[in-house]
Design a protein around this ligand. Structure first.
Ligand code: AAO
Length: 439
């Protein structure tokens, strides 16, 4: 009884490492830039019947509308408020998506942009997705509300106010990431505003969060926010379930900020995974498949029960973020299928599958000058629906890697490496090595 009670307590405390996916499902898919209406349909018609555990969605909150370049995908990483309207849909559509996906056992994971608001050069006015007024020059965001006092300007010690040196921990966490106005998460007021946003999403029924730019927030500040979070909605989750937390920390080595500093808060994104797997499959640096024998911690990765793994993400598939040239994407279809198949088959970490849209890549001096291009859209700027072709692939410019035969975790009537080798038990075992019963 005593031991059982202790295990229960430990399991309860460590809940943020558990993906909260329904039993038997072992991965989530990032439906990058999809409309809420399409995510809901995809949960019902494809993800649930094919064994997907959940969906990472693009940031649902109000953001700046950028017009130069024209509505880039990255405008969604420039918040104006925590109102739930974005290019993907409004609050009614968001609630409908969460309920419909949960009802078929597919959970929703929100990309939470809480490190900053919009870029310093965003100006002033109402060019935001819900029409809220803001003034980036005076750091005034009345729709939250945040004012100048809620930002880190006085703490930042770099000359420009931006992060200039990734070797300087304080700069990375107190200065502006590419000029994005950096929130003062040391203030209880700011923590409460952020927690209020996340709690609203929890109330609606989401299962967890990707914490964008976690590396740029002090782990202790993040913990203070997470401590304010409610348990998940009992309409779909057992009482006492904590939100799943995975933090975007880019740690390829060589910088003082390391993934391990964030283990206390939840899982972390293991960027070495995709970078190394790409190197092996491309046979660069004399690498061979045989060397994957000790894939995982043996390669210097974080412990399995702290890792969120992926072959590519929305940044490094187009040269943003980190990972470098070895990263495999849908553009290298054959090797990509092998990489994702391997990831799904291997028990290390909790996997996230990428699902992308096409854009016109155009390289000038090795750089894709069209890396900004947003999702397929109509002339009025609205995102195009995801259409489904007769052969079950997607149309209208959507790539839908998650529907590729070799990738889909459990295609009806088919077998993949994933269904043969990767079992819910393996994930649970990896989660329970230090988290007790995978709670
Ligand atoms: C846009 C414009 C900017 C403009 C800004 C404000 O592009 O010119 O100043 O608006 O007006 C996304 C886009 C950004 C966009 C932003 C806001 O990617 O282009 O800026 O939305 O609209 C760092 C962060 C990481 C971040 C990544 C992109 O640590 O958190 O940069 N990712 C997330 C999101 C991302 C989003 C944001 C954060 C912001 O996933 O979509 O940005 O919300 C090193 C560091 C990394 C650092 C990279 C950045 O990486 O270690 O921490 O990532 O540099 O370049 C080797 C090294 C590796 C190194 C890498 C690159 O691989 O081993 O460590 O080289 O040097």
């Amino acid at each position: 009884m005593g031991i059982y009670f202790l295990l229960l307590i430990v399991g309860f405390c460590w809940g943020q490492y558990n993906p909260n996916t329904v039993s038997g499902t072992t991965s989530i898919v990032h439906l990058f830039e999809w409309r809420w209406a399409d995510v809901a349909l995809e949960c019902e018609r494809y993800l649930a019947p094919n064994g997907f555990g959940g969906v990472q969605i693009s940031p649902p909150n109000e953001n700046v509308i950028v017009t130069d370049p024209w509505q880039p995908w990255w405008e969604r990483y420039q918040p104006v408020s925590y109102k739930l309207c974005s290019r993907s849909g409004n609050e009614t559509e968001f609630r409908d998506m969460v309920a419909r996906c949960n009802n078929v056992g597919v959970h929703i994971y929100v990309d939470a942009v809480i490190n900053h608001m919009c870029g310093a050069s965003a100006g002033a006015g109402d060019h935001a997705t819900c029409g809220s007024y803001f003034d980036a020059n005076t750091e005034d965001f009345p729709a939250v509300p945040y004012s100048g006092l809620d930002f880190n300007d006085r703490k930042c010690k770099s000359r420009s106010g931006d992060i200039e040196d990734y070797q300087d921990v304080s700069q990375v966490r107190d200065c502006r990431l590419v000029s994005l106005l950096d929130l003062a998460l040391e203030k209880d007021d700011v923590r409460s505003k952020v927690a209020e946003y996340l709690n609203r999403l929890i109330g609606i029924g989401v299962a967890g969060f990707r914490l964008d730019a976690a590396k740029h927030m002090w782990p202790g500040d993040l913990k203070a926010v997470l401590d304010k979070l409610k348990d998940l909605n009992t309409t779909w989750f057992p009482a006492g379930t904590k939100p799943f937390i995975y933090q975007e920390v880019i740690d390829l080595g060589g910088e003082p900020i390391q993934c391990s500093q964030y283990f206390g808060n939840g899982r972390v994104t293991e960027f070495k995974y995709g970078a190394k797997l790409g190197t092996v499959l491309r046979k660069w640096d004399g690498e061979k498949m045989a060397y994957l024998k000790n894939w995982g911690e043996g390669w210097g990765f974080v412990p399995a029960d702290r890792a969120l793994v992926f072959v590519d993400n929305h940044d490094n598939q187009r040269g943003h973020g980190a990972g470098g040239a070895s990263i495999l994407t849908f553009w290298d279809a054959r090797l990509y299928k092998m990489a994702v198949g391997f990831m799904l088959a291997h028990p290390y970490g909790f996997p996230r599958i990428m699902s992308s849209f096409h854009w016109s890549r155009y390289f000038v001096n090795g750089k894709d000058v069209n890396d900004w291009m947003g999702p397929p859209s109509e002339s009025d700027g609205s995102i195009k629906p995801v259409t489904i072709n007769a052969d079950t692939t997607c149309g209208n410019g959507w790539v839908c890697e998650h529907r590729w035969r070799q990738i889909s975790p459990s295609p009806t009537g088919g077998t993949t490496a994933a269904t043969r080798w990767r079992s819910a038990e393996a994930i649970k075992a990896s989660s329970s090595s230090t988290t007790t019963s995978g709670s």
